[in-house]
Design a binder for this molecule. Sequence first.
Ligand code: AMP
Ligand code: MN
Ligand code: MN
Length: 324
Amino acid sequence: MQETRLNNKIAEIADFIAAEEEFLLLGHEDADGDCIGSLAGLAYLLKGLGKNPVIAIYQPVPEMFQLAIADELQLLDASEQLPEIASVIVLDSSGQDRLGPAADILESRTVLNIDHHEDNDFFGDLNYVRPEAAAAGLIIYDLAVSLGWKINEKAARALALAILSDTGFFRYSNTDTQTLAAVQELMDLGADIHRINRALYGQNKPEAMRLLGRGLSRIEVCGQGKVAYFYLDREDYRTTGTTSRDNEGFVNFARNISGVEVGIFFSEESDCIKVSFRSNDYLRVNDIAASFGGGGHPRAAGCKVAGDLERVINEVINEVEKHV
Ligand code: AMP
Ligand code: MN
Ligand code: MN
């Protein structure tokens, strides 16, 4: 029988937050700008309510998202022993399996799941999932407005970074009047979007550009011109002195080729092949990613596949070509 999945009411979310003092905040592995920005934004908001939030992350915060983080935030390394905080809030994560080393700690705690992935499996004790929202940061912004929480300048900056990051600075198809209105309001509250733009797109490392160059030199187009892809292997990262944390946004170069519906980027990691999908108009790449054990949004999705790079490329491209 299909389980009915219902969101909790905003009043129930408000009660949960009002009742507790300490919160452990978690996001997904390989945290992106929406993940970092919404975690930091929520932490500032909770501090404004006199609460004590602690954020646990799995990898160091990349330079491009650092402007969301101020000294006053408490950031823990999630691979260490996490504190016994009973109330956990998870952001921007479609399922518990996205939480890497923190996935196991949820059982014994009360979990509020706030997310915008349509495949979210409602893993929380309380759930607030809004797939129509362009970013988790937009949901946090809406909650703050609905509940009358004061948004200070730091929260405004972090939430704007979250929304601008997941909408590609208003270029992706999830950009709507709500995202524009929210960012306008966040600018009035002190978010400097030029600074955010420079942080996201204007601090590329030379070695990351050399890495991109290696990948772009291998672009292949197939599927009657509708599919474009490229890869980076371990040798590329080693030779350029980079890691896979330096490939943020690379997949868009494949999507942005004239006539292409779907761009795909393959990255050879230490233990798997990470595949990123981006589509333009119609292809539901989250469904394709799901068939390889991943997920995501209709126009932006990903998965991790075990096996040899060449074999994974062939399997994924074969599957994609059936659907374009
Ligand atoms: P990426 O290509 O890594 O930027 O991911 C694009 C989107 O796909 C994001 O919204 C992620 O939440 C989602 N995603 C990426 N990797 C996975 C995965 N292994 N499992 C589920 N969702 C994923
Ligand atoms: Mn994310
Ligand atoms: Mn997101």
